[in-house]
Ligand binder design. Sequence first.
Ligand code: PLP
Length: 396
Amino acid sequence: MKNGTTHLFVPGPTNIPDAVRRAMNVSMQDMRAPDYPELTLPLFADLKKVFKTETGTVFIYPGSGTGAWEAAISNTLNRGDRVLMSRFGQFSHLWVDMAQRLGLEVDCIDVEWGEGVPVEEYQRRLGDDRQGRIKAVFATHNETATGVTSDVAGVRKALDAAGHPALLFVDGVSSIGSIDFRMDEWGVDLAVTGSQKGLMLPAGLGILSVSEKALEAHKQSRMERCYFSFEDMKASSTTGFFPYTPPTQLLHGLRASLDLIFSEGLDNIIARHHRLAEGVRHGVHAWGLRLCAKEEKWWSNTVSAIVVPDDIDARHVIANGYSRYRTSFGAGLSKVAGRVFRIGHLGDLNEVMCLAALASAEMSLRDAGAKVEAGSGVAAAQEWYRAEIAGNLQPL
Ligand code: PLP
């Protein structure tokens, strides 16, 4: 018997607001009908606001974030190109792996998991690259596996300080729409996201925003590509028609999610994610545990990866949450399997939902044998949320 709701605290796919679910419940449409662009064209324009770009071109691929990674690489680079990347978690690892498999020569900096993009080392390597061999620099803005947010503005500064012309690729899959991201201001050339995180949709869209400079680079790029080719896709943002069958229901959902985003206000959403994440962090500290993210500057506002005590297996915590309390937490991936569990706190959620996550995690930790004081994390987060909300109240 399953009463009440099941609790989803993985860092994507995230909870889908009712308005978005309802918006997707429409009958199928003719994607070649003359009025189809009335649905699609405003989506391209509005996504630009989410990426904070005036000059970028948005591509919406039926696919996922990984597809948008591939579209970004295969449309702008050439086999054998040298690229600068850093690896500090499962997703930055997978991006390196893709770049290698697509035939790029990857200059990969391995960083301890729990830290982020090594901006100073990037600057040093870019400065040393007098012949301009490095064609692109990659940054995973928010490493979802370790709950680490990196300094993309800092990467831009490193490029500028070295006077280096390389393209800047950013994985914003678990940041864009939830954590401050500014494509134009930070000079990002290829910004990647997916539908199932900050955009509060099911998985199924790989979304990419491309700068004018990257579109220029595309003209020199000879990598094999077909499904993801910019050539085939680039007219979609001006005609509103897709080169192959678009997922119409998802696009209706995207319309509804963008409406929600703009009615709350992107900056308010970013502030809410900070407020909610701080509450979770207060809870974690009250348990006497620490985050995988080593320093405050790396703390992610969309996901907290929590290191369990040495004598505890995080897999048991996750299993307890799922089987006893109907709560899904994110698993520790690869190197941190068994060492961390993750609370995703992004998308459509509020303070009391975060308290539920902490309450469930607290029980699951104790069931797994961890000596955390019952109620301690929840109480610490409650007090944080109360103070925050009281501070925001207008006097009666
Ligand atoms: N990059 C990051 C930071 C992610 O968190 C994920 C998925 O969780 C991906 C890339 C891959 O995206 P997708 O699963 O949509 O292909």
